[in-house]
Design a protein around this ligand. Structure first.
Ligand code: FAD
Length: 429
């Protein structure tokens, strides 16, 4: 009998974990053919991107080669970007991947599937704001984070040579915005040790948030503690204020004010990739996330499942859809890894149950704040300081171990600690 083909698109937090688990369980035993598609050749844990953008952490050690990983974990890596889905023929179309010199590195092609799992994540949502595409940076992927870092290093060098300031505007004070702000402060503190003692004072950073408070999706105690830390760092935090346009050197607010900025980062809103809005028969919401049933099958096609940031799921006992977080993506991947093998044998998928394990936000060396979730002891208990910082670091280690095993995850952790002893603490070139 022909092996069933499971095609997972998106090698992010959810997709990579799912492909690894299914590959180990089904792929290695020859019980199914598991493919993992991504438009990048490496995986980086997305909550590390703001440190990559700031240059406060060398993420080269943290990258996982998708090709090498697949060969050891029972699945096949298929490089390519999903451009369309033919539900009738059960095939997906992948666009070509280009090499840095512009030539086609991987040709466009089609892949057949029996079960398609979409784990494409999300990016920023500019809500049609003029100038964002042309003049603002986003920190949604490795390439964007690298681009911002290159622009940041140029701006710092210019400021040092011309004895001026580095003015940074961050639009959106959610987890990405506030964590990036703290990383930039840490970067400039380190940079002060390399010949220009006034470097930290050159950083003029403003955060703009349309909600009445920072971290609108987090518990109030976490938001208040974070706001306090940001203002203590000397940052201007503008809440209840909307940016209506971005230009090459400024952000324009709805009340007409113009604030100058050498670098603008757009960290507001979320939107799933455009391709999802154009799959005939599937329902997407305004953020282009696919509507899924509690079992994670899409509402329009039981052969297509979606999870993580690109899926919208409102559980029966909840007033809101689940938030786009690493925690939800991981739990959904674990759910499918457990139950997809039975689906392949004709049994129904059970409903996904979310365990609220709490919230955590890490502000570089200045602290971390969070709350314990409803699923554990002391529900809602506020966390701060070293415990919260260790909790954040632990989450990453758990992701890494879930994908690569504790042995390899520990070696990478140790290598990073040793590297810190020998290398500058920030990226210099
Ligand atoms: C800077 C930053 C900091 C964050 N910090 C936190 C945090 O502290 N805590 C927290 O819980 N969450 C945080 N998040 C959110 C968290 O990272 C996401 O919720 C999580 O990554 C979602 O996982 P996912 O698997 O759905 O998607 P992702 O991890 O985003 O993976 C999506 C994958 O799909 C691939 N892809 C996209 N489009 C295509 C296509 N057309 N074809 C092929 N492949 C494609 C991408 O290359 C990517 O590998 C942060 C996000 C950012 C950007």
């Amino acid at each position: 009998m022909r092996q069933q083909r499971v095609v997972i698109v998106g090698a992010g937090i959810a997709g990579l974990l799912l492909a690894t688990r299914l590959g180990e369980r089904l792929g290695k035993a020859g019980r199914a053919h598991i493919s993992l598609v991504d438009s990048h050749f490496t995986h980086v844990w997305k909550p590390l991107l703001h440190s990559l953008a700031a240059g406060t952490r060398d993420v080269n050690l943290q990258r996982i080669s998708l090709l090498a990983h697949a060969s050891g974990h029972g699945h096949v890596f298929e490089p390519g970007a999903l451009v369309s889905v033919d539900r009738e023929a059960r095939r997906i179309q992948l666009g070509p991947l280009l090499a840095p010199d512009g030539r086609v590195a991987v040709a466009a092609r089609e892949l057949p599937y029996d079960w398609l799992v979409l784990a494409l994540g999300s990016g920023i949502h500019d809500f049609g704001t003029p100038g964002v595409q042309e003049h603002a940076h986003a920190i949604d992927g490795q390439a964007q984070a690298e681009r911002f870092n290159a622009a940041l290093r140029s701006a710092i060098l210019r400021a040092a040579l011309q004895d001026t300031e580095v003015r940074v505007a961050i639009v959106g004070a959610g987890a990405t915005g506030v964590q990036l702000a703290a990383e930039l402060s840490e970067l400039m503190e380190h940079a002060s040790g390399f010949g220009d003692a006034r470097m930290r004072r050159r950083l003029r950073l403003s955060l703009y948030e349309s909600s009445p408070r920072v971290l609108a999706a987090f518990p109030e105690a976490v938001a208040m503690a974070t706001h306090h830390t940001l203002t203590k760092l000397g940052f201007e935090v503008h809440t209840g204020m909307r940016v209506q346009a971005v230009t090459a050197g400024s952000v324009q607010l709805t009340d007409g004010q113009l604030h100058h900025a050498d670098l603008t980062v757009w960290a507001a809103g979320i939107k799933a990739p455009d391709v999802l809005a154009h799959i005939p028969g599937l329902t997407a919401n305004r953020a282009q996330q696919l509507q899924v049933l509690p079992c994670l099958q899409t509402t329009g096609d039981e052969r297509i499942l979606a999870l993580g940031d690109c899926a919208s799921l409102q559980l029966p006992d909840s007033e809101h859809a689940l938030p786009p977080t690493a925690q939800v993506a991981t739990q959904q991947a674990e759910h499918l890894a457990r139950h997809l093998p039975a689906l392949l044998q004709g049994r129904a998928l059970p409903d996904f149950r979310h365990r609220d394990l709490g919230t955590l936000v890490s502000l570089a060396r200045y602290g971390a704040y969070g709350t314990l979730g409803r699923a554990g002891v002391l529900p809602g208990h506020f966390l701060a300081g070293r415990v919260a910082q260790l909790g954040h670091a632990w989450l990453y280690q758990c992701h890494r171990a879930g994908v690569q095993g504790w042995g390899r995850a520990s070696v990478v952790w140790l290598a990073e600690q040793l590297q810190r002893l020998a290398m500058p603490p920030i990226r210099m070139s």
